[in-house]
Design a protein around this ligand. Structure first.
Ligand code: PEP
Ligand code: MG
Length: 323
């Protein structure tokens, strides 16, 4: 089976009826680049920059970050690299920031909320990214966006740092796309208006499922509620994709669901443009994609959006893909 998959390593990601999508990888460090290339990844859909900040006693310097971002961009040549700005908090702690203990860390002071408040941390990261931007095809993505003001504030800070660098004579790419993670239901609901202002969406289902179902993604006792195929989740995903397309933007997904065999037929049918997953899932997904007709999956997607439960959706998908 692996040998069959390997034949597709340099092939495009295309459905049986000729519809192209992008199959890209989630990475955590520059060391992961080789795996992306070896598995036929068409780029990086999520570079989780938290790891640069974790397992140490102080913040990484601008130069340290610049070296890491440059290594990733150069390593991927001209392939797209979506870098997510610092998403700390929730399950990811940084002891040296001495943040107060919270009752509900997943609903608390984290990610873009922290970055907009502690701007020195945010600006340092953005400067490192902007300096690295001329070494490849960089896209910048903000995590945990819950309302438009946060996006506008974050983008204004980015443009401010860009102006300063350009004034200092630093080369900065002129075509950096700036997008957001859609992982909070309020943002999915408002996707039509976000789509007028962002360059792209990437749906973070790990958190989107947790916040939509009010079910902690780490809590085994209630894991039965953590349902990727719940029609409520699928309807939100559809809203986001449709909103992006209406404004001529693209929509990706970087949560675990993007690499899921039962989800892929639905996501293809809904028109998802980019699937970001662990590198080792890419060739399997490309093989599966080749066997599916986009037109047929559109019919499937329409059908499952009218179903009532997670289980009904799984059964419907299995019936169509023949399992
Ligand atoms: C997500 O929430 O789906 C996501 C990709 O981000 P993380 O898993 O890092 O929270
Ligand atoms: Mg998340």
């Amino acid at each position: 089976q692996k040998a069959e998959w390997a034949k597709l390593i340099n092939e495009p990601s295309v459905s049986a009826d000729g519809h192209h999508v992008e199959l890209v990888a989630n990475i955590g460090t520059p060391n992961d680049i080789q795996g992306v290339i070896d598995n036929g990844g068409e780029g990086v859909g999520l570079y989780r920059t938290e790891f640069l900040y974790m397992g140490r006693d102080e913040l990484p310097t601008e130069d340290e970050q610049f070296e890491a971002y440059k290594a990733v961009l150069e390593g991927l040549k001209d392939k797209p690299v979506v870098v997510r700005t610092l998403d700390i908090g929730g399950d990811k702690e940084l002891p040296y920031l001495h943040l107060p203990k919270e009752m509900n860390p997943f609903l608390g002071y984290r990610a873009i909320r922290l970055c907009l408040d502690q701007q020195d941390i945010f600006r340092t990261q953005l400067r490192a990214l902007l300096r690295a931007s001329s070494y490849g095809n960089l896209k910048i993505m903000f995590p945990m966006i819950s309302n438009l003001q946060e996006f506008r504030d974050a983008k204004a800070i980015l443009l401010d740092e860009k102006d300063k660098l350009v004034a200092d004579g630093v080369t900065v790419s002129e075509d950096i796309e700036v997008g957001i993670m859609v992982e909070i239901p309020s943002t999915a609901v408002m996707a039509d208006l976000f789509a007028k202002e962002v360059d792209f969406f990437s749906i973070g289902t790990n958190d989107l499922i947790q916040y939509t179902m009010a079910a902690d993604r780490m809590n085994e006792q209630i894991s039965y509620l953590y349902q990727p195929y719940n029609p409520a989740i699928l309807r939100l995903v559809k809203m986001v994709i449709d909103a992006a397309h209406k404004e001529g933007k693209w929509a990706g997904m970087c949560g675990e669901m993007a690499g899921d065999e039962l989800a892929l037929p639905i996501l293809l049918g809904l028109g998802l443009d980019e699937f970001s997953m662990s590198a080792t899932s890419i060739l399997r997904a490309r093989t599966q994609l080749k066997s599916l007709s986009k037109a047929e999956m559109e019919t499937l997607a329409e059908k499952v959006l009218q179903l009532r439960t997670n289980e009904e959706v799984m059964e419907a998908v299995k019936a169509v893909i023949g399992e």
